[in-house]
Ligand binder design. Structure first.
Ligand code: ADP
Ligand code: ZN
Ligand code: ZN
Length: 734
């Protein structure tokens, strides 16, 4: 008996057995090919895991697969193994995990080939006269084919008024034929790699580059360099070495960092093909880019999180830029970390991996400190640029005007008058974070979440940023009928308003998710800013990443206190990273920059430490706190989340799970349960949520426990009444 054991995208954490389709020689089938199968009353696409000879199922319950879709596996064997390993590590159903590792079009069953891989042309002897006068459309089509001796795609033929039926007719008459478009694969050796010369490196950059070698085998590197220190230049030159050795490069960037400017910078430097992979591309474009990487046609791939699963013909290096960025961890469904998988992948493929950041995550920093990673540092700004100076502005007792202290307003005015630009950062979009009644204290809450509605002015409405609910702004208080409804707090729209009033002669440019929705909006903003006249940029963290604002000399952080007292143990780390990233926008070129942070806690030791001693000193202190509190990176965490429409049900369910497992299985000495607790925002989008935390010293004991836990949950009837999920190495915990 021969059976196909398939990974099928279903919520079940198991593989499924099928008989092979009739007339198929099973010995020719290789793991990693796609198979179309009946599943319930649907048809799904599974991926062959292995061919097996026995199964636990009675053969009467086994169905036959319908169709084999590929001759060759979609992913090279090592990548297939990595994707399978990741499914297990993140406790995600294997079928869905493998599906997420391949482009959308392939998940849907499209052929694994380039657009226009098959072209049409006229046969050698074909002549329109061989067709009768009545066959006008056939003659026209043949004429079209004759005009394209190198072939023409069926899409282009359709655009010219032809169709498949006509083509088939010509083919039967042996006047037209289909052929495979030969790909232009250039051999890399000997070709010109660079379009523009690379910059002469400073001593630190040179030292870093010398330690990155394409033939070093697995070599994990933390490249810690302050913003503007020339990390990107080091990436570019490391990639140049890799290309020269005939291999390809993968560059992972945060979601917000993959701007046309980023891609442009790589394209400007290299004369070889560079492709981007991101969510703005169509499924077709993504598949084409993916195939180019797989076939070795694309030399450099720049992509966001999911690009970690891109196959390469000749993998040479992986670079993770801004490795601390939270967007590398997928936050729902399949919760993998592309940053962590990059290191695993590099290890398996025996290539160097560079994790770059001005503010490395404590996990990565700890690995560098313990010499698991090579640690390369860039401490100087490249070129002549100077690092910005910091200042804490104590705003206790200060009369604030829409969030701005008088001293700060003066400073902004002086900066504009001197002809340079100002960047105002605040972490709230909309007009005001809430709306309340001055007479009775009523607050506009979201009906579906434990959260306030944000007031937006353009267009006017109330918006919940957690579940996306939107409602009209009430004229009167729903509780007491008063018309004294007042916005509370400051969002970007309000800041924009008040800066416009305070500095009427200068443009105020708002940058947040609302103002950049239209296509090319960001491009226009950047053009305006780079034009260089004095102006004020006001915005959210969209301003904090990736962009260079060479004329900005004053950076204002309106409220530095946000994360200081956050319940999440990473709150402090996040705040420090954000502050330094925002600050890094200032004084990039010839203008020295200055950063002013408004705070109610000017003497907060951590803030003081950060601005006087820098990120590294801050991070060391934070690491020692983490060690004492038995938190990552000194412990491993996993979170079991549950949600239900009925209040209390999720928590009760998790309580029962813990109780049951404590009785039934022997917990390793080093593993502990914490909770269940209600989630930080207990109600969200109508669901009541709770979580149970598992903490352990050893990875192996954590994973043994998680595997038991998953098996247990899948068998529980109760588990079907709640939605549960497992998050391994969670980044938002409390
Ligand atoms: P980072 O990625 O660390 O923020 P970049 O690589 O973007 O830094 O460099 C910041 C600026 O300094 C860029 O304009 C870049 O062209 C310039 N730069 C980088 N390295 C050098 C160098 N060795 N000499 C002169 N300018 C440099
Ligand atoms: Zn009221
Ligand atoms: Zn809501």
């Amino acid at each position: 008996m021969e059976l196909l054991r398939l990974a099928i995208p279903s919520p079940l954490r198991r593989l499924f057995d099928y008989f092979p389709p009739r007339d198929i020689d099973v010995n020719t089938l290789r793991p990693g090919i796609r198979v179309r199968v009946p599943f319930g009353n649907r048809e799904l696409i599974g991926i062959l895991f292995e061919v097996v000879h026995e199964t636990e199922l009675p053969s009467s319950r086994i169905k036959a697969a319908l169709e084999i879709l590929d001759q060759q596996p979609l992913l090279p064997p090592h990548l297939f193994k990595l994707a399978s390993w990741a499914a297990q590590y993140y406790q995600h159903p294997i079928g869905d995990a493998l599906h997420q590792a391949i482009p959308v079009l392939l998940r849907k069953g499209a052929p694994c080939e380039h657009a226009h891989e098959h072209l049409w042309r006229a046969c050698a002897e074909a002549h329109p006269d061989s067709l009768g006068k009545t066959a006008r459309r056939q003659r026209e089509l043949l004429q079209l084919l004759l005009e394209h001796p190198n072939g023409i795609s069926s899409d282009a033929i359709r655009a010219e008024g032809g169709n498949t039926q006509l083509l088939k007719t010509l083919q039967e008459k042996q006047l037209a034929e289909q052929f495979v478009n030969p790909r232009q694969l250039q051999p890399l050796s000997g070709v010109q790699l660079l379009r523009e010369p690379s910059l002469p490196l400073n001593a630190e950059q040179k030292n870093a580059l010398d330690r990155i070698s394409p033939d070093s085998g697995f070599n994990p590197i933390l490249l810690e360099g302050i913003t503007g220190s020339g990390k990107t230049e080091v990436y570019l030159q490391a990639i140049e070495k890799v290309l020269a050795s005939g291999a390809q490069a993968l560059v992972l960037v945060p979601e917000i960092g993959l701007t046309p400017q980023t891609v442009q910078r790589f394209k400007a430097r290299f004369a070889v093909p560079v492709v981007a992979l991101n969510s703005n591309m169509t499924d077709r474009q993504r598949l084409d880019a993916w195939l180019k990487a797989r076939d070795g046609e694309a030399c450099i791939v720049i992509g966001t999180r999911s690009a970690i699963f891109t196959p390469f013909k000749q993998p040479g290096i992986i670079i993770v830029d801004e490795e601390h960025d939270a967007s590398f961890k997928q936050q729902d469904g399949y919760r993998y970390s592309a940053r962590d998988l990059a290191v695993i992948r590099a290890q398996r493929e025996k290539i160097p991996v560079i994790l770059g950041s001005a503010t490395p995550s404590l996990e990565t920093l700890n690995n560098a400190i313990h010499e698991r990673y090579q640690w390369l540092r860039l401490t100087q700004r490249a070129g002549n640029a100077k690092a910005p100076g910091f200042e804490l502005l104590d705003i206790r007792h200060e009369p604030l005007q829409d969030g701005l202290a008088p001293g700060l307003i003066r400073r902004i005015g002086e900066t504009l008058a001197s002809g340079t630009q100002v960047l105002v950062f605040l972490n709230r979009r909309g007009f005001a974070p809430s709306l309340h009644c001055h007479d009775c204290g009523w607050i506009a809450d979201c009906q579906r979440c434990d959260a306030k509605m944000t007031l937006h002015r353009s267009p006017p409405h109330l918006h919940c940023h957690h579940c996306d609910s939107q409602t009209a702004i009430p004229y009167r208080c729903p509780d007491c009928g008063s018309d004294q409804l007042k916005p509370v707090g400051v969002g970007t729209e309000r800041s924009e308003d008040s800066l416009n009033r305070l500095f009427p002669g200068y443009p105020v440019i708002r940058v947040d998710r609302d103002s950049t929705q239209r296509k090319d909006a960001m491009k226009h903003i950047m053009e305006q800013v780079h034009h260089g006249g004095p102006c004020i940029l006001v915005g959210t963290q969209m301003l904090a990443k990736g962009h260079h604002f060479p004329k900005v000399t004053l950076v204002v952080i309106l409220n530095a206190d946000g994360g200081l007292f956050s319940a999440d143990f990473r709150g402090m780390e996040r705040t420090a990273q954000l502050i330094l990233q925002v600050a890094g926008r200032a004084g990039r070129a010839e203008h020295p920059g200055h950063v002013v942070m408004q705070t109610h806690h000017a003497d907060h030791p951590t803030l003081q430490h950060l601005i006087h001693q820098g990120y590294y000193a801050f991070a060391l202190q934070e690491l020692s706190t983490r060690r004492q509190a038995a938190l990552p990176p000194f412990r491993h965490l996993a979170l079991l989340r549950a949600e239900a429409t009925q209040q209390g049900r999720a928590e009760a369910f998790l309580g029962a799970v813990r109780h049951q497992l404590e009785e039934d299985i022997l917990l390793h000495d080093d593993a502990h349960w914490l909770g269940p607790f209600p989630s930080p925002m207990e109600k969200r989008a109508g669901m009541h949520r709770a979580q149970l935390l598992i903490q352990s010293e050893q990875r192996t004991s954590l994973h043994q426990l998680l595997t038991t836990l998953c098996t247990y949950l899948e068998q529980q009837k109760e588990a079907r009444k709640v939605r549960w999920s497992i998050d391994v190495d969670p980044i938002d915990v409390f």
